[in-house]
Design a binder for this molecule. Structure first.
Ligand code: PGA
Length: 284
């Protein structure tokens, strides 16, 4: 099961979002059966979360009766809660956020808590993206606290790690990423599910993609650290790759042993391209 994450960053307004969803939903309907084999997640700016959630629910409603009929039942056979659950299961794409605060509530102007995101229909949250680490001075210790907050609310964290060009040039990338993992996951957090995104900073938004051997090397190291240092604290983990992923290179990257999926920035803004990236995961 491959995980394909769309990280919209600070892009798209309501109109563009509706166009994106229309296009995504039609691609999804055409490839309905194949989508069952992947987990697709869209991470828009927070202001769009509720809108996307509502659109998703109304889209699912169209098919609800049909699905229920296939079970040989009618709407009346289900409680409101059960119908809610069925609709959630039917979502073509899960929703994630791009960050959360480490506290549940309080005087944190401009911040959003994991509990609020959960309420808006999120199942995942990206944490420690290099743009947050650089632009908002987020340390591994803060990422660690955010991960704890996310887990408490039942959100699956997608924790980003990755080295700069300087660190790679000094051949310190393995030690650097190892340290990021150990410190970002250091507290006594128990993860049901955890996604680690290896995103070398020199590849994000640059069009420069590491060699498949470099991706394979780092993926293996991340898997080894998770298996050796966190085996009793993580029930299930996935290691995905991010950085200049496109529809052209996604298939090849997904073939690298140990790569469980992709974190897609710029190329995810276009629904048609994102659908192509998803379809490259159908086959792998
Ligand atoms: P990119 O961004 O695909 O535009 O390189 C990836 C990311 O920052 O997650």
């Amino acid at each position: 099961m491959k995980i394909i994450v769309a990280n919209w960053k600070m892009n798209h307004d309501f109109d563009k979002t509706d166009q994106w969803l229309d296009s995504f939903f039609s691609g999804y309907s055409a490839d309905f059966a194949q989508f069952k084999n992947i987990t697709a997640i869209v991470c828009p700016p927070n202001v769009l979360l509720d809108h996307i959630d509502s659109e998703m629910i109304s889209d699912s409603f169209q098919y609800l009766e049909e699905v229920i009929k296939q079970e040989g039942k009618t709407l009346e056979n289900y409680s409101e809660e059960q119908l809610h659950e069925i609709i959630f299961e039917m979502r073509p794409i899960l929703i994630g956020a791009q960050d959360c605060h480490h506290e549940i509530s309080g005087s944190f102007t401009g911040d959003v808590s994991a509990a609020m995101l959960k309420n808006l229909g999120c199942s995942h949250v990206i944490l420690g993206h290099s743009e947050r680490r650089a632009g908002h001075f987020e340390s591994n210790a803060i990422v660690n606290r955010k991960a704890l907050a996310a887990v408490v609310q039942g959100l699956t964290p997608i924790i980003c790690v990755g080295e700069s060009k300087e660190i790679r040039d000094q051949n310190q990338h393995v030690e650097f990423v190892r340290q990021q993992l150990l410190e970002s996951l250091s507290q006594d957090v128990k993860f049901k599910k955890l996604v680690i995104a290896y995103e070398p900073i020199w590849s994000i938004g640059t069009g420069i993609v590491p060699t498949m051997a470099q991706i394979g090397e780092m993926t293996k190291i991340i898997r080894d650290v998770l298996a050796t240092s966190f085996s009793n604290r993580i029930e299930e983990f996935f290691v995905i790759y991010g950085g200049s992923v496109t529809a052209e290179n996604s298939g090849e990257i997904l073939q690298v042993p140990g790569v469980d999926g992709l974190l897609v920035g710029k190329a995810s803004l276009d629904a048609a391209e994102f659908l192509k990236i998803c379809s490259s995961a159908f086959e792998s």
